[in-house]
Design a protein around this ligand. Structure first.
Ligand SMILES: [Zn+2]
Length: 281
């Protein structure tokens, strides 16, 4: 299985997953359909299916246009709000594309219908891959907007956190540098955080993607997967995992405001972002 990492919009990732024997391809989170089709054409693959992680505009906005450009496209996801959806998926459903298996994992928290996709291949030495959308990012996770902290804890720790450690993590956004800067404030003495932070700074200077990481690495430096660690509990002043996570989410949002104060925006644009289009990240 080959994965093409395609940076789009401000800091989103769109992915093209290729079954190398059959040359069938599956896209994850289509924001810019023309770019995707160009790449599929260049790779000589037949794109048949879209897996959408969640309904937010920056992950799903290209579905309708893609289906128009390529009739017969199957658009899958776990939330009826996903534009252009043609097939609703349920938790633990398994799909098959040639030798590639897909297990659909409902991971609510960021949105209530957020689906993460775990892919592995028959008789392959390639490690499995997780397309985690905004449920899990490199060294962080998406804001929990629609779920409770308890649901988010279950999604992160009990669902994604128990996948094989060699699983490659392909997330929805390039937020790695700020995530690690925050992780460093949570656990200033964690050497894994420090090492990954200096690596991410170098990647940022060179303007190259930081995906994929591996799940095993994430367990070492991602505070949102480390809520049982003493240092993380101490930072939050809480002990119960969901409460630790709740405080981490709040502190992460404050941290973001400190590093990137929101720009003043015209009222119409704000209405468009928050009213008509919904939260984008
Ligand atoms: Zn989102």
């Amino acid at each position: 299985m080959k994965v093409k990492v395609i940076p789009v919009l401000e800091d989103n990732y769109m992915y093209l997953v290729i079954e190398e024997d059959t040359r069938e391809a599956v896209a994850v989170d289509v924001a810019v359909p023309k770019r995707l089709l160009e790449i599929a054409g260049r790779e000589g693959v037949s794109l048949t299916t879209v897996l959408t992680t969640h309904h937010h505009w920056d992950h799903a906005r290209g579905n309708v246009e893609l289906a128009r450009l390529q009739p017969g496209m199957v658009v899958m996801g776990g939330d009826e709000r996903i534009c252009g959806l043609t097939r609703m998926l349920v938790h633990e459903e398994e799909l098959r594309f040639g030798a590639i298996h897909v297990r659909c994992l409902l991971t609510p928290g960021h949105t209530s219908g957020h689906m993460s996709y775990f892919l592995w291949e028959d008789e392959s030495l390639d490690p499995p891959a997780l397309f985690s959308g905004d449920a899990l990012s490199v060294a962080g996770c998406g804001w929990h907007l629609e779920g409770t902290a308890q649901q988010m804890y279950q999604s992160l720790t009990e669902m994604l956190g128990t996948l094989p450690p060699q699983t490659k993590v392909f997330c929805g956004h390039e937020h790695t540098l700020h995530n690690l800067e925050f992780a460093h404030t949570v656990e200033p003495h964690n050497d894994h955080v420090r090492a990954k932070l200096s690596w991410a700074q170098k990647r940022d200077e060179d303007d190259v993607p930081t995906v994929p990481s591996t799940l095993g690495e994430e367990l070492l430096y991602n505070p949102f997967l480390r809520v049982a660690e003493e240092a993380v509990r101490k930072f939050t002043g809480k002990v119960a995992p969901a409460e630790v996570l709740e405080v981490l989410c709040r502190e992460r949002a404050c941290f973001q405001q400190a590093v990137e104060p929101p720009q003043p925006q015209p009222q119409a644009l704000l209405a468009l972002q928050w009213g008509l289009l919904g939260h984008q990240k």
